[in-house]
Design a protein around this ligand. Sequence first.
Ligand code: ADP
Length: 487
Amino acid sequence: MKTFFSNTISRFNFRRLISLKIIIPVVSVILVVGPILITRAVVINSYCSKSMEEKVVNIRSQCNMLSSIMSANRYITQQNDPDVAARIEQMMFTYSARILIIDRDFTVIRDTYKEDYGKTIVNKNVISAFKGKSFTGTNKKTGYIDIAIPVYAMNASGVEGVIYVTLQDKNMLEVREYLNDIFANITLVGFLISLLFGVGSVFFTIIPLKKLTVSINRINEGNKGMHIEGRKLIELNRVSQAVNESLDKIRTMDEAKEEFVSNVSHELKTPMTSMKVLAESLMAQDCAPVEMYREFMVDIINEIDRENKIINDLLELVKVNRAESLLNISTVNVNEMVELVLKRLGPIATNKNVELIFESFRSVVAEIDEVKLGLAINNLVENAIKYNTENGWVRVSVNADHRYFYIKVADSGIGIPANCLEQIFDRFYRVDKARSRETGGTGLGLSITKSAIMMHKGTIKVYSKENEGSTFSVRIPLHYSTAGGEA
Ligand code: ADP
């Protein structure tokens, strides 16, 4: 038993179980918080891009329009167009933007912030615009947008000025902050829930599993009578149940083994004791007559025969119970096999004045181990003769259908009491010990028979009525297969 549980436990890797305590909460948190963070990055990033893109498109189209009007009105050189001035003011208010108008000498000729008026601005954006290439620069982090649009001269003498717009997309910054706050809250809630779930899972699974291991260890230490408590989780409860069932089986097997050993010792001791008593009584007599020696010797030989029979039956039982791969399967004519058994037992039946009747309903050929099954049928017929009455009969029949063959052994004997029917297949069980002993029974015959039939994936049933007789019905598949068993 110790090895069974030690093996089961060694299959669990405890280091892995312990690390699962950390892995489960960490994985739960990662699985929940990870997707939230990714969603946050995608949502905020795409919102910022979209917001700034929209603004850039609008401002650029306004600047392009302004650039055309400036060209048409020669605003750069004359700077006296009120319409242009009004449009610049309007743009400034609409976008909270700073608008600079720069002339060909890189001098600021108009600044809506009135700070850099008359100053020179030379930067790569302005230079790019003077080269005829509009410039747009955005910075999602700070929300700054820079746009430089060339203003062409009317006489097609190239770029004569630049509209330079700078602004900060404050609306985008505010919404971004708002979204950041929302996602921060969602992340916090997700973190707490997943952590709770992770810790809960550890609490409900790993800890009970550890407790279960402790219980199993206690059983391994020799606490055989212990039962594993049921668990709240269905899965763990199933494990507990399975362990308890295994424990019950092991206990039953242990008990059966102990009982068997004690029965064997008892059975083997009985003839020994008789022999000892017989020998000692002879020794106690100073001049015992030869007849007495003869008589006691006959008794001693009988006891030796009995001891021999018990040992032979035990060896047979062990042989029959070995792995089924030891079955020597061949195609056998069942009718002939049964007839041979009856022929062998004929003299015993004649001695008891019991009539042996053989009924063959059809010729049966099956895949069986002839020796083992022959022995099983022999035991049934021998019992039917042994436990019969004077002038009784034993009827053995063989029949078959497309899947099974059937052997029935019916007798007109003493029958078996209903309350003993279940035990008669147990080792060493005898309904009437004295009678069985008289007839040379060991109580092993039926258990050898049952084992042999089970190995053939067959069944055996008994019907009996006291003082009327018994019928043993055997059913065995015609074709032997290693897979599956018979009910
Ligand atoms: P035994 O060696 O004692 O015959 P078995 O295992 O063959 O042992 O049988 C177990 C017990 O079942 C017998 O002791 C007997 O009491 C009972 N039994 C078996 N077969 C019959 C039968 N045909 N009629 C009456 N009793 C039977």
